[in-house]
Design a binder for this molecule. Structure first.
Ligand SMILES: *Cc1c(COP(=O)(O)O)cnc(C)c1O
Length: 392
């Protein structure tokens, strides 16, 4: 592969402060897990999103796992989860031996459908199986509709874990994404809007939950000098070196969002003229961080499928990806129940069939973006004639 000229979907974007901060961690011999950069990163992230507190962790997945653990989810419990998401949203449900039930997306935001959630809750409550938690995902940088979701969940007393792994810096009615649920989760994986190369964070306004998360993440060590343990814990804390990277990255967050939004605007200006091409909508209730620009291709109108574009981009050494495969279709979760948005069927399945995520990294240059646009435009403008023969 020609790595030199490859355009990636969402690569890391290092700023100017990271090297200085990592240099400090090394110069002061704080390369052990935990340390002053971890504490500072937690305080700065909590202040940035307006949460009471934060716990820095080794991954977003670890943060979701701890959230479920401290909410008391155990063997046989039911947990609802968005279906249209990365597998990491639901894996921790299985870690805890609980049973996932998948909730479809609404077309307006591509996030958890309030009517599907309501139907699922009514159905499960009628059988005496009210879920212990709901994992609601903010897809591709856009918040779900929490006024509606929290009102429904609240009627049944079910806490909501907000999987904001993709939506750091986005807002919902002026409030920062990740602070709407009982617990919020961020990821600093290498492909996210900011990165520590690998890491995550749990935020909450409940100091008791945060204390518990901090305790469990450091092997649940009782306050005794002789290493005493009464509860099952994990090694989930973030390293001081990686927290130093995170502090530098956090200072760039506004800039990274502006860049990703500008990339989205350029794609829209160049591609929305093609019939059959549509963009993931931005719901009126908030502002997306536009982590990934995502289009849908209607083959009946465009004359080509999403896969034609995907193949063309691959041939041009450009990384693009279909929209997440819905979790209720994953072999891992075979047999798990799923609730559709409405009688017209499953929104997530439809988006999986026709949705495509485009290179959206904040370091993408206008020239690189033009290469992506040319690749897509070439498929769409040729769709009327010879390219129809290549339809799949
Ligand atoms: C990336 C991601 C995660 C997992 O985060 P990691 O830090 O990679 O463990 C969870 N949920 C969603 C929606 C994600 O995109």
């Amino acid at each position: 592969m020609d790595y030199e000229n490859r355009i990636y979907l969402s690569p890391p974007h290092i700023g100017s402060d990271e090297l200085l901060l990592v240099g400090d961690a090394i110069a002061t011999n704080w390369i052990a897990p935990l340390g002053p950069h971890v504490e500072a990163f937690e305080a700065e992230a909590a202040a940035c999103v307006g949460a009471t507190g934060a716990v820095a962790l080794s991954s977003g997945t670890a943060a979701i796992h701890l959230a479920l653990r401290i909410l008391g989810i155990g063997s046989g419990d039911v947990v609802f989860c968005s279906s249209l998401t990365f597998v990491a949203s639901a894996n921790p449900i299985l870690y805890q031996g609980a049973m996932p039930v998948f909730i479809d997306s609404e077309p307006e935001s591509w996030n958890m459908s309030p009517p599907a959630l309501e139907r699922a809750l009514r159905d499960y409550a009628a059988r005496g199986m009210v879920p212990k938690a709901i994992v609601a995902v903010n897809l591709y940088g856009q918040s779900a509709d929490y006024d509606r979701l929290l009102a429904i969940a609240g009627r049944y007393g079910v806490p909501v874990v907000e999987d904001a792994a993709e939506s750091l810096g986005a807002t919902y009615r002026g409030q920062m994404s990740g602070t709407l649920g009982t617990l919020g989760v961020y990821s600093f994986n290498g492909n996210k809007i900011i990165t520590t190369s690998g890491g995550g964070m749990l935020v909450s306004d409940d100091p008791k939950l945060l204390r518990e998360a901090r305790f469990l993440a450091a092997q649940a060590r009782d306050p005794a000098v002789h290493y005493q343990h009464s509860m099952l814990g994990y090694n989930y804390r973030l390293s001081n070196v990686l927290a130093a990277i995170g502090r530098g990255q956090l200072r760039q967050l506004d800039d990274r969002i502006e860049r990703r939004r500008a990339i989205h605007r350029r794609y829209e200006a160049a591609l929305s003229r093609y019939p059959g091409v549509a963009f993931m909508p931005e719901a009126a209730y908030g502002r997306s961080n536009r982590w990934l620009t995502t289009i849908t291709v209607d083959p009946a109108i465009a004359g080509i499928t999403r896969d034609t574009i995907l193949r063309e981009l691959t041939a041009r050494n450009i990384e693009a990806r279909p929209v997440w495969k819905p979790l209720h279709l994953q072999p891992l979760f075979a047999g798990a129940p799923s609730f559709d948005h409405g009688p017209e069927g499953n929104t997530a399945e439809r988006l999986f069939d026709c949705g495509l995520c485009l290179p959206s990294g904040s370091g993408l240059t206008p020239e690189e973006q033009q290469r992506v646009i040319d690749g897509i435009a070439c498929c769409l403008s040729g769709a009327g004639a010879g390219r129809l023969a290549r339809r799949d």
